[in-house]
Design a protein around this ligand. Structure first.
Ligand code: SAH
Ligand code: SF4
Length: 368
């Protein structure tokens, strides 16, 4: 049967009309799902019992069942293996950040500390990292999801249900989801429409009401999709996975670079910044001896000159199918310093949930 989260409010309205029910039923269902986070028709106490029974029969209410839940040793990261109705497995990760120790050079609301501009991020960030596909067909060699290959796209309902799943969990301790990043399994721009529908649905002010700016889409660099995204002028944040600034080297680890090279990619990023007036984030997985030298940082800064951007570097997370190693703390700090000296903002992201294989690129849909 059809997944209830796959329907818009107006589609629900149509269905109720067909059923001879008043149109306000759609609003009741909508609010139940996205405001009160009900997960079964029995919780909709304002709806008459026969209709609840019909809703139970006609729709699938439970798209994702948790198979395994892992807590990192520092209790700040939770990874859940979720089973879809067809038996496929995806992963979604919750990352907790709590105020004071969490400084970064982000430009949300800077305060000054000596010569260095820093930001105290809002307390209690609750960031979800969700999946957009089962597996991924982009074949980046350093990524565990890439190593399993592409299985299928997730529906809009399957994408947003990951957020609802964690929102329910958080609501039990009176907390809310604050940010959602599409950095789990899959290439979100390869499943463009479903991803946008999912975000729009979570965005709706009469429902879940999570602002567009709270979402970040990370792409491997699908140039036409970046341009389309720019044309649509959405308020969603864009992150582009770069990792190398030399075409030959980038093609070696990211096959997509053979289709759209660095010139085409950076031009699309310029177009995005121009169209939206927003900065783009470049992701850089620091791999020891591969892309973490001072020279590489200088080359990177030269190529990115004139693009309003932020560089998000993260020491590589280990995966089974790739021999590359993480950069040392010192080399990472030096890399950041070099970029900052060249006038760029750069953060070294903490590696999170490594002990439970919940780091970027470690999601493989299996627990070994
Ligand atoms: N497909 C999208 C989003 C999912 S991957 C993309 O590639 O951008 C999310 C981020 O994790 C990307 O920046 C990706 O390059 C990075 N990543 C993948 N494997 C990694 C690894 N082993 N260590 C660190 N980052 C990794
Ligand atoms: Fe796919 Fe992103 Fe992994 Fe590349 S890094 S294989 S695009 S999920």
């Amino acid at each position: 049967s059809s997944l209830i989260y796959d329907f818009s409010q107006s589609e629900l309205k149509e269905i109720f009309k067909d059923w001879g029910e008043p149109p306000y039923r759609a609003k009741q269902i909508w609010e139940g799902l996205y405001k009160h986070l009900y997960d079964t028709p029995s919780e909709f106490t304002t709806i008459p019992t026969p209709l609840r029974k019909k809703l139970e029969r006609e729709f699938d209410w439970n798209p994702l069942s948790p198979v395994t839940i892992l807590n990192s040793s520092d209790k700040q990261t939770i990874k859940t293996l979720l089973k879809l109705r067809d038996g496929n497995l995806i992963e979604a990760v919750l990352m907790k950040y709590s105020g004071s120790s969490d400084y970064s050079s982000d430009n949300d609301s800077s305060l000054h500390n000596g010569s260095k501009s820093i930001v105290l991020r809002e307390k209690k960030r609750r960031t979800l990292c969700i999946s957009s596909q089962v597996g991924c067909g982009m074949g980046c060699v350093f990524c565990a999801t890439g190593q399993i290959g592409f299985k299928r796209n997730l529906s809009s309902g399957e994408i947003l249900a990951q957020v609802i799943y964690y929102a329910r969990l958080l609501s039990k301790v009176k907390e809310r989801v604050s940010n959602v990043v599409l950095m789990g399994m899959g290439e979100p721009f390869q499943n463009y429409d479903n991803v946008m529908v999912a975000i729009d649905r979570l965005n709706a002010s009469d429902g879940f009401a999570l602002g567009a700016r709270r979402f970040t889409i990370s792409t491997v660099g699908l140039v036409p999709a970046i341009r389309r995204f720019a044309d649509e002028k959405r308020q969603i944040n864009l992150a582009v996975s770069l990792h190398q600034i030399n075409n030959e080297k980038r093609s070696e680890i990211m096959p997509i670079n053979r289709k759209w090279n660095l010139d085409e990619l950076l031009n699309a990023c310029r177009y995005y910044v121009q169209k939206t007036n927003r900065r783009v984030t470049f992701e850089w997985a620091l791999i020891n001896g591969e892309n973490d030298s001072e020279n590489t940082a200088i080359e990177l800064s030269e190529r990115l000159k004139g693009i309003h951007c932020h560089i998000n570097a993260i020491p590589l997370n280990p995966t089974g199918g790739y021999s590359g190693q993480a950069t040392s703390r010192q080399r990472a700090a030096k890399f950041k310093e070099t970029l900052e000296r060249a006038g760029f903002s750069c953060t070294i992201r903490m590696r999170r949930g490594i002990d439970i294989q919940a780091g970027c690129g470690q999601l493989a849909g299996s627990f070994v």
